[in-house]
Design a protein around this ligand. Structure first.
Ligand code: PHE
Length: 340
């Protein structure tokens, strides 16, 4: 019987060590240690043994059981580790492959100018409002008192989407929106894109930027307009800057003016940049809000007056950084943009 047990032991351990799958191991457990298993069967024959032999064989049988169990546990552990390693290798992600360097950008010079202008006006008590680039004809022209035959309404000047919807030709429609929404008194600026049917050259682009300003209150006069714009131009370009107001016409302001400022290249001496005039021309348009425009927006023009101005942000940025070509601002060429 002892030999039979040893034989069993060797067979069992051998097959256990050759196992390559966990399910096989379970089958072997049943085969040797289960209720009807081979070891159990052998032990059942113990009744035939003598009194002295019985405990000795019993002990041997127990030792074998423990040995088989230990062998099984060891193989089980190994198999588990092996499957885990296989799984990890199979599912491994190579994080070194797409190691793209992310470059941190900075503000576009146009946006930097817009934010500088907005900060300046905020410090003077203006609120900053947004406005849509796609506008209706009523806000862009009608309520701004622009006559039906005004040349800017022409198809050759304005991008129409339908008869009533267009790409705004200036930021002035935000005046209308602001007055209708907030009434008087009011102090606002609004910056953004504007569109005109222009051919591209070094100073023109069909898409450009404006910032609009509007003040409506009791007793607002041309003096307030001039003071506000002078303060802002000195803050933006320097204390020694002078301004020049030339009479002009806009349908929505009366009287209206165009403003020139001292040429930044020569500081007023006269140079090729300013055609030897000493002035940077047409930096902004302005005037006293036409009473009809106030009335169109439900504001009592007997009680309230106002001034408004609009300027080209691209022009200001070009003057500020000494740029000679507006296209540089829209090309998105890093060699240009990285200089700022
Ligand atoms: N909207 C005018 C333009 O685009 C500028 C302007 C704004 C003039 C406000 C007067 C008052 O030329």
């Amino acid at each position: 019987m002892r030999e039979k047990l040893q034989e069993l032991r060797e067979l069992a351990i051998n097959s256990i060590n050759n196992v390559i799958e966990l399910t096989e191991l379970e089958n072997l457990r049943v085969k040797y240690l289960g209720k009807k298993g081979e070891l159990t069967q052998v032990l059942k024959g113990m009744g035939k043994l003598s009194e002295e032999e019985r405990p000795v064989i019993g002990q041997v049988a127990n030792e074998i059981r423990v040995e088989i169990e230990e062998a099984m546990n060891k193989v089980k552990e190994n198999l588990k580790n092996k499957t885990l390693t296989e799984k990890l290798t199979k599912e491994k992600i190579d994080i070194t492959v797409t190691n793209r360097v992310k470059k941190l950008g900075h503000r576009h010079p146009l946006l930097a100018t817009i934010e500088e202008l907005e900060d300046l006006f905020i410090s003077m008590g203006f609120k900053v409002l947004p406005g849509p680039e796609i506008e209706n004809v009523k806000n862009n022209f009608d309520d701004l008192n622009s006559p039906d035959n005004h040349p800017s309404r022409d198809l050759s000047d304005t991008f129409y989407i339908t008869e009533d919807i267009l790409l705004r030709t200036h930021t002035s429609p935000v005046q209308i929106r602001a007055m209708k929404e907030y009434g008087a008194p009011l102090r606002m600026v609004s910056a953004g894109r504007t569109f005109r049917f222009d051919d591209v050259d070094d100073t023109h682009s069909p898409m450009f930027h404006q910032i609009e300003g509007l003040v409506v209150d009791e007793k607002i006069s041309m003096a307030n307009l001039k003071y506000t714009l002078d303060v802002f131009i000195k803050e933006l370009f320097g204390k020694d800057m002078k301004t020049r107001y030339r009479p002009h016409h806009f349908p929505f302001t009366e009287p209206s003016a165009e403003v020139d400022v001292t040429c930044l290249s020569c500081r007023g001496e006269g140079c090729p940049v300013c055609n030897y005039t000493g002035w940077s021309m047409e930096l902004l348009g302005c005037g006293m809000v036409h009473p009809q425009v106030l009335e169109n927006c439900g504001i009592d023009s007997e009680k309230y007056t106002g001034f408004a101005f609009g300027m080209g942000v691209d022009r200001i940025t070009m003057v500020k950084y000494g740029l000679k070509d507006i296209r540089l601002l829209f090309d998105n060429d890093n060699r240009f943009l990285e200089q700022f």
